[in-house]
Write a protein that binds this ligand. Structure first.
Ligand code: BGC
Length: 890
């Protein structure tokens, strides 16, 4: 078929860009991006597409299977479009290609480069494996006391050469798998943390290259992790999900002779129990060199106890113990939606310090989440101890903010001739500094490296400007995201907490969705939100829940619980994902319905435990919820906002009756809010920054009152010396409230103030991540004495979303950025700013600079997208794809 040369389709992807192996759906949605070749095709506006799907067989040879075609589908959609053909079955591998038409030319594009994707185990019945774990050391009451990590192994023989092999694997606990002495994949902390009882994620690995005809061996390391390790606030709990760790692995091998061999934990697929007869699994278990491992406390490893070759065939496991099988409903096994946790970067120390007490402290120059890798040579039994902390006080490691988390790793040397290389396996720490004791000999450059560990999301958004302090603030926001997106969105990475606090990500979601592609990561976590929601609709304060933990049982609280409505809406706005709205719809509705019941006919939510404007800087350090803005004002404002957002979601989903119902509810709540909280002259019952921010951004005031309310907010900010006066409930809104009412300079002054509390105070104090408290470090340089002081929390960094949208001027105006709003409203002091974003439709960018009294703006608009450009002092205009240069008075 002749094709147009000026537009190419690129970046064909399935679902949320999962590794296209082991997809968990028979109907993966597809997305692609149209790009201009040599600057052509700017009038591109997709009108139709065709998808070709070709089976890929495990064994080469024979005739190439014919593709099946979707036929020409008349549609402008290119993001998350429905799977075009027959649903796939388990383990099916296909090659997908797409071409598309636009109204401006008769010919379609050429076919895109192929995407190969493969489904995993889609049906519960596909799982023949069951979890197995060590069978030892049980007390009389049946409770396992032994939390020491274990090794598992088994051997198997493959009777013919291997053509394709897949390992489907997960665990009760954390696992690392080896085949024939080689590690499978590079995932860290697998399988991550979900609401294990209802959703346990697994991944599929291509292990073809690790196997061969003849004897093979599979080995695994197994540790407590979230499953049964000490976890939770105030000491935490053990055995949260069970008393025993276990591995669940199903290895499926296609052989050259046409047979498929399945080797799993538990009985083999052919029904024949083998090897040890007793448990019928062939699996054996032993302790290895890992003496202890815990996410909070760290890891202890004695290299003298190493078990070389345990995952290779022929290893003598005669002294090893048997294993025991455990139950697991395979219907609770789900394929992962987001990328795995991995090491994404290594940092060398920027300084080696000697503390006043004589300790050796490494400074990595950056607060981060990860762990250290050592390269050490010494005598057998030499013991190296690593302690981690985010800050120093009086030149010593300051571990008080870690509370009960020991964050200590210990390595005992085997005493090899060669240098020993070691890194903890099943723990991570939040730190910038590490104290090293017991190092044999002289510590030289490169001996200790910090390995940065987090969910390996794709970076999508960048920001730059002429003020290096703001760039550092932005960089700190990025680092706090990286530090806290460790399989789930957590509050902090260092102390005995690290929980999926719902309010924090509710506030930070839009910022995150710009900086990284978090679509699969957050959609997965929202699955846990829905799973953990109480029958009455209550959203737990943190997800997954830690029953018997802190603040249990959960009570409904605004800002936090609203994540059930507002985060799906963010994923739709930023990624064009309607599917996540559908999946979360019931959860979102249950939340708003609950609040409606709690508020009653008066429509004011003025009861119950509310954290309100948590960490208002004026709140007493020991009562962060005692904010200047009344907590029930916050609750009602959020009620109105969530009801309105839910109405919009219902509209997108075609649930028209719900859309009308929730829109009417939102209006009633808005009226109630006004009646209860609006005072003459645009004043609010709480004369505080957050109250005005909520009322203005959530559009809760009658239009004629907005200017006066905006004016009062600007006045308040100025009266407070342009210092921030909000906690979590207003921090993401206050700058928007100012620019939304024409107070651009006040917003800029607020952003660039350096006195405490302010965003740049943290920067001025040397922060490299955003802090939990405005004054986590006090002006005198000492660490805030509160028992809750983290230096790595993202909520207060949520102003970055406003920086992207309003300082640089790049905002979404339609789901998935199919339409852009370019509306920079920079403060007069800035001379340039820019933002770039990989949208689902391609690269969008805005870059402006001020020279000679003019504002010069360059805008890049992806193909198929239009942008409204609204510059100060000029009427708004609309532009199509391509690069545009515009000017306005500066
Ligand atoms: C967490 C938070 C959370 C808050 C709510 C803290 O301990 O770190 O960020 O939102 O509690 O109470």
């Amino acid at each position: 078929m002749p094709h147009r040369p000026d537009v190419v389709l690129t970046d064909l992807r399935a679902e949320h860009r999962q590794p296209p192996l082991g997809l968990g759906t028979p109907t993966p949605r597809l997305s692609w991006t149209a790009r201009s070749a040599d600057g052509g095709g700017l009038a591109w506006r997709q009108t139709a597409y065709e998808v070709l799907v070709t089976p890929v067989l495990a064994r080469p040879g024979g005739p190439e299977p014919a593709p099946s075609s979707s036929g020409r589908v008349e549609s402008g959609e290119s993001v998350l479009v429905a799977w075009p053909g027959a649903p796939l079955t388990s383990r099916q591998r296909v090659r997908v290609q797409v071409r598309a038409w636009s109204a401006d030319a008769a010919e379609p594009t050429a076919l895109s480069r192929p995407l190969e994707l493969e489904t995993g185990l889609l049906e519960p019945a596909d799982w023949t494996a069951v979890p197995v774990g060590p069978d030892w050391d049980e007390d009389a009451d049946g409770v396992a006391r032994d939390h020491r990590p274990a090794l598992l192994r088994r051997e198997f023989t493959l009777p013919a050469p291997v053509v394709r092999a897949r390992l489907h694997v997960t665990a009760h606990g954390l696992h690392e798998v080896e085949l024939n002495g080689r590690r499978v994949g590079d995932e860290v902390l697998a399988p991550g943390w979900t609401s294990y009882r209802t959703r346990l994620r697994h991944r599929t690995h291509d292990v073809t290259a690790l196997l061969h005809e003849g004897p093979n061996a599979l080995g695994a390391w197994l540790a407590d992790g979230w499953y049964r390790g000490r976890f939770g606030i105030r000491g935490g709990v053990r055995n949260l999900y069970g008393e025993r760790t276990a591995l669940l692995a199903q290895l499926e091998v296609d052989l050259a002779d046409g047979r498929r061999v399945v080797v799993g934990t538990g009985p083999d697929a052919d029904g024949g129990d083998d090897a040890d007869g007793g448990s019928g699994t062939g699996w054996r278990a032993a302790h290895g060199p890992l003496l202890a491992s815990n996410l909070y406390d760290g890891e202890s490893f004695d290299a003298r106890l190493a078990v070389p070759g345990f995952s290779t065939p022929g290893f003598d496991d005669g002294t090893w113990a048997g294993v025991r099988r455990y139950g697991r409903d395979p219907a609770t096994l789900v394929a992962a939606d987001g990328p795995p946790v991995r090491c994404t970067r290594e940092l060398l120390p920027v300084a080696v310090l000697t503390s006043p007490s004589g300790a050796t402290i490494l400074d990595f120059g950056q607060n981060l989440t990860g762990r250290l890798r050592l390269r050490v040579r010494g005598r057998a039994g030499d013991r190296v101890v690593l302690r981690h902390a985010e800050v120093l006080q009086d030149g010593e490691l300051c571990t008080r903010p870690l509370r009960s988390a020991a964050a200590t790793d210990t390595y005992v040397l085997a005493g090899d001739d060669d240098p020993e290389v070691w890194e903890p396996r099943f723990t991570v720490h939040g730190f910038r500094y590490a104290e090293v004791t017991g190092w044999p000999g002289v510590l030289s450059e490169g001996d200790v490296v910090a390995r940065v560990v987090h969910s390996d999301l794709r970076r999508t958004g960048w920001f730059a400007c002429s003020d290096p302090r703001l760039e550092r603030l932005h960089e700190n926001v990025v680092w706090s995201l990286r530090s806290n997106f460790v399989d789930l969105p957590t509050d902090c990475p260092q102390r005995d907490e690290r929980l999926g606090w719902t309010g924090d990500i509710q506030v930070f979601g839009p910022t995150a969705a710009f900086l990284y592609d978090c679509s699969g990561f957050l959609a997965s976590w929202l699955g846990d939100v829905a799973a953990e929601q109480l029958p009455d609709g209550t959203v737990p304060w943190y997800v997954p829940r830690v029953p018997a933990g802190f603040w249990e049982p959960p009570q409904p609280g605004a800002v936090w619980g609203d994540v059930a409505v507002l985060l799906p809406a963010v994923l739709h706005e930023r990624y064009g994902d309607t599917g996540v709205l559908r999946r979360q719809y019931d959860s979102a509705r249950r939340w708003v319905d609950l609040v409606e019941r709690l508020a009653g006919p008066g429509r004011l939510w003025d009861s119950g435990l509310q954290l309100g404007d948590w960490l208002d800087p004026a709140a007493p350090p020991d009562d962060p919820a005692d904010a200047r803005t009344d907590r029930y004002l916050v609750a009602t404002a959020y009620f109105a906002h969530s009801a309105r957002t839910l109405a919009a979601i219902a509209g997108v989903l075609g649930e028209d009756a719900d859309a009308a119902r929730y829109a009417a509810l939102a209006q009633e709540v808005r009226d109630a809010f006004t009646a209860a909280h609006l005072r003459p002259g645009g004043r609010l019952s709480s004369d505080a920054q957050t109250a005005y921010a909520l009322a203005l951004v959530f559009d809760l005031l009658p239009a004629p009152e907005r200017p006066a309310a905006g004016h009062r907010l600007a006045e308040l900010v100025a009266e407070e010396g342009h210092r921030v006066g909000t906690g979590f409930a207003g921090v993401n809104l206050v700058a928007d409230a100012l620019t939304g009412t024409g107070h651009d300079e006040t917003a800029h002054a607020l952003l660039t103030e350096t006195g405490c509390p302010s965003w740049l105070y943290q920067v001025a104090m040397g922060a490299t991540t955003t802090w939990e408290r405005w004054d986590s470090l006090l002006p005198d340089g000492t660490v805030n004495p509160g028992q809750m002081t983290s230096f790595n929390h993202y909520a207060l960094g949520s102003v970055a979303d406003w920086m992207h949208r309003t300082v640089a001027g790049l905002a979404p105006a339609a789901p998935g950025y199919r339409r852009l709003l370019v509306r920079p409203r920079p403060g007069a002091e800035l001379t340039s700013a820019s933002a770039r974003l990989e949208t689902p439709y391609g690269t969008a960018a805005v870059a402006w600079r001020r020279t000679g009294g003019r504002l010069l703006v360059d805008v890049d608009v992806p193909l198929g997208v239009r942008a409204v450009v609204d510059l100060p002092g000029r009427p708004a205009t609309e532009v199509g794809a391509g690069r545009h240069h515009l000017e306005a008075p500066a």
